[in-house]
Design a protein around this ligand. Structure first.
Ligand code: FAD
Ligand code: NAD
Length: 475
């Protein structure tokens, strides 16, 4: 007789592990299975986010920004340093140790919440059975009252740009480079391209980005996107829009990339080429014949708004289902499903999911862009406040960017908040909370913000919506 669990979670990324923890908190008997293997051969929980995504990329973004600031900014503060040199080995060691601390943390959380962590491959069989194949090849059949699929996503590969993990690489490879490439090419000027392009540019690479679309960051409010493009260009990121990559081939000296734009065909020679053209849902080996779990046309597991699949008591969350591929979106889905299974209330407000791009300046937003509100036909008001007028931002030598609020003309409801500037990713939390409570701009206007803080920019942007800005000129 196979062991029976209330809940089996397949995948321990930021969608799966919170689902398992909440199930444990809800006193359910829960197991979480993961097959993740790191490049050093070690197994780890935490998925893409902890091992090869959010956490290592932010560790390198932090280190590389400090390096850049030490070289270019400390002098402005009156701090004179001798020759500043890069020890990439030490930087990468720190990145790896941050990751290890976080993934070990999941083990501790599993233990504290009674979650059985299982290393191996999980495959759903009909009748809510899960076949686990351990790393040594041995098999074990588990039975579950509920199964949560949280198998995540994987990079999209381009046929014309064959990945070899050496010269033509993906985001995971690009996080673990042991030398700074002299010339780095990046295909795709999306979130990954911009973050990793920034890391290696700061550390000394000449970075050329080839983006197929004519528009830069189409999902971002275009006032903010234009500001971002200007700053990133000034920093030295060469972002070529409307560039269609035709082929790439590894050579003895690096990679030859052929692309076409409005001017015709070009060849670009780089030492490393990162392909960052999006990610696709990962379901390989996940579903046996006859489970009844359906995938949509793009390969995502089909779910309703409560993450129920087409099969009773089988749920799916995170990158493997529709919606933005963001760790915090997956986490909330995991918590929702674990609460629903326990018979409690659970809901995700898909309209209020923040996004952050960790460039300098940082870009963060929640809700609708001005373009989306305009297209919806709803009458709206806009207010913006430049960080150049923020005392705290000036003191930080970080006066680039702005905070912008779009709200409804009729009832003053905040419809979207868009920030480019210092700590934008932290500042957006106030906007998320405001929108979660359907706040008006007047609510933000009447909320006291400490001085001098960056958060005053959100306050002033709210005041600007009604031309009541104090620290800026109302137009
Ligand atoms: P994943 O994290 O992909 O985890 C899925 C897990 O399931 C994996 O561990 C995999 O081994 C396991 N698995 C799959 N199939 C099976 C199976 N059959 N049996 C056993 N185990 C299985 N998002 C943010 O919100 N903020 C960021 O700053 C951010 N930065 C990123 C930077 C990079 C470079 C990348 C690549 C992504 C980044 N993301 C970021 C996106 C974020 O990583 C994903 O949205 C998130 O990891 C999705 O979580 P998940 O749990 O759905 O899937
Ligand atoms: P993305 O969708 O953000 O960007 C991919 C870019 O590649 C797009 O601009 C697209 O137009 C372009 N592109 C597609 N095909 C192309 C081609 N053949 N030639 C040139 N350009 C092409 O995807 P990503 O940057 O790979 O990131 C994947 C996912 O990971 C995203 O959904 C993102 O949400 C998530 N992520 C989030 C963060 C964060 O929250 N800070 C960081 C990294 C990744």
């Amino acid at each position: 007789m196979s062991e029976i669990f209330d809940v089996i979670v397949i995948g321990s990324g930021p969608a799966g592990y919170p689902a398992a923890i909440r199930a444990g908190q809800n006193k359910l008997k829960v197991a979480c299975i993961d097959e993740w293997k790191n490049t050093d051969g070690s197994f780890a929980f935490g998925g893409t986010c902890l091992n090869a995504g959010c956490i290592p990329s932010k560790a390198l973004l932090e280190s590389s920004e400090l390096f850049q600031r030490a070289k270019d900014e400390f002098g402005i503060h009156g701090i004179k340093l001798g020759g500043i040199t890069l020890d990439l080995g030490a930087m990468q060691k720190r990145r790896a140790s941050v990751v290890k601390t976080m993934t070990n943390g999941i083990l501790a959380l599993f233990k504290a919440n009674g979650v059985v962590g299982i290393q191996g491959h999980g495959r759903l069989l009909p009748g809510n059975q899960v076949l686990v194949t351990a790393p040594d090849g041995s098999e074990n059949m588990l039975q579950a009252r509920n199964v949560i699929l949280a198998s995540g996503s994987t990079p999209i590969r381009l046929k014309s740009v064959p990945h070899d993990g050496k010269a033509i690489i993906d985001s995971w490879d690009a996080l673990e480079l042991d030398a700074v490439p002299g010339r780095l090419g990046v295909i795709g000027a999306g979130v990954i391209g911009l973050e990793l392009g920034s890391v290696w540019r700061r550390l000394g690479s000449t970075v050329t980005m080839l983006e197929a679309l004519e528009q830069f960051l189409p999902m971002v409010d275009q006032t903010i996107a234009k500001e971002a493009q200007r700053h990133l260009k000034k920093q030295g990121l060469d972002i070529k829009l409307g560039a269609k990559v035709l082929s790439a081939a590894a050579t003895s000296g690096g990679v030859d990339v052929v692309y076409a734009d409005a001017q015709g065909e070009h060849t670009l020679q780089v030492d490393k080429l990162v392909v960052a053209v999006g990610r696709r849902p990962f379901t390989e080996g996940l579903l046996a014949e006859g489970t009844g779990v359906e995938l949509d046309a793009r390969g995502f597991v089909q779910v309703d708004e409560h993450c129920r699949t087409t099969v009773p008591n089988v749920w799916a969350i995170g990158d493997v289902v529709r919606g933005p591929m963001l760790a915090h979106k997956g986490k909330e889905e995991g918590v929702m499903v674990a609460d629903l299974i326990a018979g409690q209330f659970g809901e995700v407000n898909y309209k209020v999911i923040p996004s952050v791009i960790y460039t300098t300046p940082e870009i963060a937003w929640v809700g609708q862009t001005e373009e989306q509100v305009k297209a919806s036909g709803r009458a709206y008001k806009v207010g913006a406040f430049p960080f150049a007028a923020s005392g705290r931002a000036r003191a930080m030598e970080a006066g680039a960017g702005m905070a912008k609020i779009v709200s409804a003309k009729d009832d003053d409801e905040v419809l979207g908040v868009h920030v480019i500037g210092p700590m934008a990713g932290e500042l957006i939390a106030e906007a998320v909370l405001a929108m979660e409570y359907s706040a008006s701009t007047e609510d933000i206007q009447r909320t006291i913000h400490a001085h001098p803080t960056l958060s005053e920019a959100i306050h002033e942007a709210a005041l600007a919506v009604d031309k009541k800005m104090i620290d800026g000129i109302n137009r």
